[in-house]
Design a protein. Structure first.
Length: 314
């Protein structure tokens, strides 16, 4: 039994395909299949049911693969111990980040992080929350930058900061005349929303939910996954939207005059660095976390007078 064989069976379990697993492991499919067959012969069991598509592990295969994941993690920790002893931060860090956060946070931190840690290779993907959670559970990502809490027993959440939600209202909307906003001032029928699948959509609806019935929308339904599009819809049309505070950094003075903050306790989204419960690459992830916090406004790092909005609808 070799660690390479264990990597191969974990890959097949993750991707449920011998062909895709071989591609991800950078070997030919016959090579991967031969090594798995050798391992099965050595153990005297069948690890996978090859008669099904997608391929699935057998009952005993599931138990073996689970143990293989543990062995591979512990093997990786040896390199971590050596790197920690040498005081080096190096290696690959695979990060998932939600699209409503990526364009406003990443430009602040990436250049500085890469200069500070030239031996680190960052691989970043923008995905919706559900996809990041799934890939963290499958250990395809090392960490995720997500709105929390997720209430997922397989994941560990490390809260970083609390980003306020603000109202962005057109000049001819009643909200524009208000100095501060209360949740009961909001009419969900007039708000421009992200499309389904974005956790921020659910949070906006949760801010509004105490007064208005879900499902009562304006006669135009516009589906977008972009916060920038929401701003433009308000700029060029009537109505209002709710934005995360970091997205205000490039607004013009005219646009900033359309921003209204909520009365305390302000509704906020809790942004956390999320890992698998048994994550590795601790030094790398800690360095990434430290760099993020260094570029987040100090007032966002405390929760006082803020109300964390759940990302799921009741």
């Amino acid at each position: 039994m070799t660690t390479v064989q264990l990597e191969y069976i974990v890959a097949v379990d993750t991707y449920r395909s011998f062909v895709v697993a071989a591609e991800k492991c950078f070997v030919t499919q016959p090579t991967l299949s031969m090594q798995i067959q050798k391992l099965e012969d050595e153990l005297g069991i069948k690890l996978f049911d090859r008669s099904k598509l997608p391929v699935v592990p057998t009952e005993i295969g599931t138990a073996v693969i689970s143990q293989a994941r543990i062995i591979l993690k512990e093997n990786a920790r040896i390199r971590e111990i050596i790197a920690d002893q040498k005081k080096e931060v190096q290696g690959n860090l695979k990060v998932g980040i939600i699209p409503t956060l990526a364009p406003y946070l990443l430009p602040r931190i990436l250049t500085g992080f890469m200069k500070k840690y030239p031996k680190v290779k960052l691989e970043i993907w923008e995905y919706p929350t559900e996809q990041i959670v799934q890939q963290l559970k499958q250990e395809l990502l090392d960490c995720g930058l997500l709105a929390t809490p997720l209430h997922n027993p397989h994941l560990e959440e490390h809260p970083l900061f609390y980003e306020s939600f603000v109202v962005y209202a057109s000049r001819n909307h009643a909200l524009y005349e208000k100095k501060v906003i209360r949740p009961e001032d909001l009419d969900v029928k007039e708000v421009w929303l992200l499309n389904e699948g974005h956790c921020m959509r659910n949070q906006v609806l949760n801010i509004c939910k105490d007064k208005f019935t879900m499902g009562e929308y304006k006669n135009l339904e516009y589906n977008t996954g972009s916060v920038e599009t929401l701003k433009r819809m308000v700029d060029l049309n009537e109505g209002y939207t709710i934005l995360p505070e970091l997205s205000l950094q490039d607004l013009s003075s005219k646009q900033l005059s359309m921003v209204r903050y909520f009365k305390a306790p302000e509704p906020v989204r809790e942004i956390s660095l999320v890992t698998h419960r048994h994550f590795i690459k601790q030094a790398l992830i800690e360095a990434f976390k430290t760099e993020i916090l260094a570029h987040v406004p100090e007032k966002m790092r405390v929760q006082k007078n803020k109300k964390v909005i759940e990302i799921m609808n009741d």
